[in-house]
Ligand binder design. Structure first.
Ligand code: DCP
Ligand code: MG
Length: 404
């Protein structure tokens, strides 16, 4: 056996943590995310709420319509992060490599430490038991010969699930007549394309693999391999430099038509992107602007710049994109850096490339902050750190709206 991999995924993670800490919530449809009178989406919900059709990423108004008697709560990210660290400790005790996919989810390579399939399954059960005993939470666990199968296995009996897929043949047996969406790289758009040519099941992919590859290119090759249960990817511990893009976005409580306020929001979002990029020591060569208009239409615009992570450069580029975008009421605005690498081309500074510019980026940034200070009376000296935490960013921008 080449590899033995465990995939662990906590059940209704944020919601389960809240229920654990307040047993009066037990058995109730609990929805974590925005509150119904606010704008935003569902982060997750308890299985009781899922019965009403509520799910992650659903608009909160829709969730309220489906489940008006649900309990709605804001998330407590600090708490979930703390629980996540405790989970990592349990997981890491049994794995030679852990790849965290989210706060509540990981692939664990137990090939060496287990030494046999039986021991690996014993480890998986131990992880489940310890998660319950020590943290009071349930998880779903899959054991398999490769990453994709392990993920499939953990989903198979969710919640509080346990499932094994020992071999490629077992995986194919299980999947062969299911809808192509079970292959987790087949997203909604890809599925539509495949349905379009009559490919509906994993068996269809197997039988018509040349067409799939012809239609989807490289992605088609990968999907075809998966349909045969082939996945040789290794569990690779997360390295920050793997991040391919960094972005921040924000949903306004009320639509914004004032372009100056949009620009000022972009400045704060850009500062937040800079801080994240600095933390992982990356520079980006592309800037993206994302807008969701009041009618829910989305646009994304991007442009290339010399590698940077400087907030003012990101901001200035995003402003250009904003000025060229349709000017309509905006519901959500986001800015990001992509094409990231850690090559420090930053040494070649903007003012070196464009020496005619009188001010350095730092001067321009300082000037921008002074302007915000004058315009809104915001004190950036004392509380910069706090402004970038999600909740505070919201509040700051709502405050700016009222004081503009
Ligand atoms: N999350 C989020 N937004 C999403 C999806 C998830 O904020 N669109 C958060 C909330 C979840 C956590 O990440 O609790 C883990 O995501 P999962 O997809 O694993 O969902 P759950 O753990 O909540 O439920 P499940 O039992 O289906 O795993
Ligand atoms: Mg989960």
């Amino acid at each position: 056996m080449d590899q033995i991999i465990i995939h662990v995924d906590m059940d209704a993670f944020y919601a389960s943590v809240e229920i654990r800490d307040d047993p009066s919530l037990k058995g109730k449809p609990l929805i974590i995310g925005s509150l119904p009178r606010e704008r935003g989406v569902v982060a997750t919900c308890s299985y009781e709420a899922r019965k009403f059709g509520v799910h992650s990423a659903m608009n909160i108004k829709e969730a309220y319509r489906l489940c008006p008697n649900g309990v709605f709560m804001h998330p407590n990210f600090d708490k979930y992060r703390a629980v996540s660290s405790q989970l990592h400790e349990i997981w890491n005790a049994y794995a030679s490599a852990s790849e965290y996919i989210a706060l509540d989810e990981a692939y664990l390579d137990v090939t060496e430490k287990a030494g046999s399939w039986e021991n690996a399954c014993e480890i998986a059960r131990t992880i489940k038991r310890r998660t319950g005993d020590e943290l009071g939470l349930t998880c779903s666990v899959g054991v398999a010969y490769c990453k994709s199968a392990a993920k499939t296995a953990s989903e198979e009996k969710k919640p509080d699930g346990y499932f094994e897929i020992p071999t490629q043949a077992d995986f194919v047996d299980l999947m062969i007549d299911r809808d192509i969406r079970v292959l987790y790289t087949v997203g909604a758009k890809t599925a539509e394309k495949l349905y379009g040519i009559g490919i509906r099941t994993v068996r269809d992919i197997q039988q018509r693999k040349d067409e799939v590859i012809h239609l989807l290119g490289k992605q088609g090759q990968w999907i075809t391999q998966l349909a045969f249960g082939i996945d040789e990817r290794k569990v690779s511990p997360y390295k920050p430099e793997d991040a391919k893009s960094i972005s921040r976005e924000l949903t306004f409580q009320e639509d914004v038509t004032d372009i100056e306020l949009l620009k000022d929001a972009l400045l704060l979002l850009s500062m937040s992107v800079e801080r994240r990029a600095a933390r992982v020591e990356l520079y980006g060569e592309g800037v993206t602007l994302k807008l969701t208009y009041a009618d829910m239409k989305n646009i994304t615009r991007s442009s290339m710049i010399p590698p940077t992570r400087s907030a003012i450069r990101i901001y200035e580029e995003a402003v250009k994109l904003l000025e060229r975008a349709p000017q309509r009421a905006v519901r959500l605005i986001g800015v990001g850096l992509y094409h990231m690498s850690n090559e420090s081309w930053e040494q070649l500074r903007f003012e070196d490339i464009l020496p005619s510019e009188a001010q350095t980026p730092k001067d321009r940034m300082d000037a921008a902050l002074i302007r915000l200070n004058k315009k809104y009376g915001l004190d950036f000296a004392g509380n910069l750190d706090r402004i970038f935490q999600g909740e505070t960013m919201y509040k700051t921008i709502e405050y700016m709206r009222k004081h503009s």
